[in-house]
Write a protein that binds this ligand. Structure first.
Ligand code: TRP
Length: 340
């Protein structure tokens, strides 16, 4: 079990909430980078179901999505021999450390979290304490594994900064206990925007399914979504198209799918009608997602394989996390339990 840690690779950790549908934005902004980084880091990739219940979820959907998301991590190329994949609730130390960190996090700090403010507006009927203390759970996720690097998008930067503050506070109150994690900001982060609300980031939990490209959308749906994607009143591609909302985003998507610099995409489509370009983009998208979806189906048809990977991932995670939690409990002054 310890073969991975023996290689002494720095630890890279991230997680996605099992809500909505994994979207092209998640692939480009997160999963694609995880796959590249897993060679040089020990990757720890979680499906954070405990975070997801801060907003109401249907139990059957939550259960299916956890497995489906894990299978999509694998289909995207996360190698379970290199990296650790698990479901957060399989590792009880997350809840244990989250409680402790709650006691080392100030309400004043939590009050400043912009995601809490946004989410309490969107879920005004359910502003629960979990939604409020969620950053302490996220800090626990990260600090349990003595994580070196956390890939973060803009929306999670504030939570990572808080994690660093909590870790430093605990370390200085007691003695060095947690590694202080660094943010990892991918080099050229292409930002994928919503297809209809062109000024918003593409979100996997958007109420309007036409706003995002789900990684599991069937070809006909993919084509329809691209066809309906909002552009502007111009009708052909010009060098300025890249800077325009809507068409610029579609060009970016094409550039990502084909691993081609955006300027090259523009020059190869210059003068073409938007509609013609959209057809080409739809073809590229279908071709890109087809092999991913095939791998996904194979994994989902072998539940034993998937649960084996998740069990092994959770076992490795518990082993690492239990070391941190014992250290923390000891420093706090909790009496170690005697032999049963
Ligand atoms: N809060 C993150 C989000 O909503 C998900 C998350 C939970 C996470 N724990 C994490 C991300 C730890 C990075 C590291 O997107």
């Amino acid at each position: 079990m310890n073969d991975l840690q023996k290689q002494n690779k720095p630890i890279l950790l991230s997680g996605i909430q099992p809500s909505g549908h994994l979207a092209l934005g998640n692939y480009v902004g997160a999963m694609r980078n995880w796959v590249q980084l897993q060679e040089n880091y020990l990757g720890i990739f979680m499906v954070v179901d405990m975070h997801a219940i801060t907003v109401r979820q249907k139990p059957a959907d939550l259960r299916n999505r956890c497995l489906s998301f894990a299978a999509q991590y694998l289909a995207a190329g996360i190698d379970p021999k290199e990296s650790i994949i698990f479901i957060q609730s399989h590792v009880p130390q997350h809840a244990q450390l989250a409680w402790v960190l709650n006691c080392y996090t100030y309400m004043g700090e939590l009050n400043r979290m912009t995601q809490f403010k946004d989410k309490s507006q969107r879920h005004a009927d359910n502003i629960n304490a979990g939604l409020y203390t969620y950053p302490a759970l996220m800090a626990a996720d990260i600090l349990l594994y003595q994580t070196d690097l956390v890939p973060v998008g803009a929306d999670q930067k504030q939570h990572l900064e808080l994690t660093r503050d909590i870790a430093a506070r605990f370390n200085s109150t007691f003695s060095p206990t947690f590694k202080i994690p660094e943010p990892f900001i991918p080099e050229a982060g292409a930002r994928i925007m919503s297809l209809q609300d062109v000024d918003k980031k593409m979100s996997k939990s958007d109420d309007n399914v036409n706003n995002y490209i789900a990684l599991l959308d069937p070809p006909a749906v993919l084509r329809k979504k691209i066809k309906r994607a909002v552009t502007d009143s111009a009708s052909e591609i010009t060098p300025e198209s890249l800077n325009r909302p809507g068409i610029g985003n579609l060009l970016t998507i094409y550039s990502v799918l084909n691993d081609m610099p955006p300027l090259d995409v523009v020059s190869s489509f210059e003068g073409q009608q938007y509609s013609g370009f959209k057809n080409e983009l739809a073809d590229a998208l279908v071709a890109f997602l087809e092999p991913f979806q095939q791998r996904y189906d194979t994994i989902m048809n072998d539940k034993g394989y998937l649960s084996g990977i998740l069990d092994e991932g959770a076992a490795r995670a518990r082993y690492m996390a239990s070391k941190t939690i014992s250290k923390v409990y000891r420093k706090l002054g909790f009496v170690p339990p005697g032999p049963a």
